[in-house]
Design a protein around this ligand. Structure first.
Ligand SMILES: [Zn+2]
Ligand SMILES: [Zn+2]
Length: 216
């Protein structure tokens, strides 16, 4: 197995940006470069990773705020995702940055939207894409079957689930996404959430007050 990753918490929201790469070719991707791109560039340079794509789980500012500047600093590397249903969040970035007291952030569109069933490839590695609406309508999560590893953005947290009180957020839809898209991947799958410590799907199915098996 040659899939490696390093989590770098960025922005005042401590958003878990993940740098993910193939250890054989050193090709890699950056998942959710929300900000603090100098810090991200240091890790990328230190490990000598050839970044081929910036991949976005959803359109919230703390997940996408550094995308355009990081792409520019990495020879205009391709921006991929989220699902098109999050376009209104990306187009609303100027308002989001004002609301959260971030530096002014311009609206943008990715080079390519993602859909359920898409595969993101880098080196000898790949991540499968699942469309998981609820927190935002265009949220996607990424999963590698061999590594038993998922990057789930703000869908699921260690002990909690994503907020659903935003425009086009919906609690029932979120719980359904977790149970029908994440749980079938296996209890042993470890996940990196958008904020806070890692966990496994099995652990959350046991003790997460929002989605534990005993509740259903
Ligand atoms: Zn979010
Ligand atoms: Zn977030």
């Amino acid at each position: 197995m040659s899939l490696k990753y390093q989590v770098v918490p960025v922005t005042s929201f401590s958003q878990n940006c993940s740098i993910v790469w193939c250890d054989e070719t050193m090709e890699g991707i950056v998942v959710d470069p929300g900000g603090d791109i100098e810090q991200l560039l240091l890790v990328i340079k230190d490990r000598a990773i050839k970044v081929t794509q910036l991949v976005l789980t959803h359109g919230h500012l703390d997940h996408v705020g550094g995308t355009q500047s990081l792409s520019k600093r990495l020879d205009k590397v391709e921006i991929v995702g989220p699902h098109q249903d999050d376009n209104f969040w990306l187009q609303g970035l100027p308002e989001q940055s004002q609301m959260f007291g971030f530096l002014p952030t311009q609206a943008f569109e990715p080079n390519r939207w993602l859909n359920d069933g898409d595969v993101i490839r880098f080196g000898h590695e790949s991540l499968n894409v699942y469309h998981t609406p609820g927190h935002t309508p265009g949220h996607v999560v990424l999963h590698n079957e061999i590594a038993r590893l998922a990057f789930v953005g703000d869908v699921l947290f260690n002990g909690s689930v994503g907020r659903t009180d935003f425009p086009k957020g919906d609690f029932e839809t979120l719980i359904n996404s977790i149970k029908t898209k994440l749980w079938p991947l296996g209890k042993d799958v470890r996940f990196v959430p958008g904020h806070g410590p890692e966990s496994t799907f099995g652990q959350e199915r046991m003790s997460n007050p929002f989605v534990a098996d005993k509740l259903s």
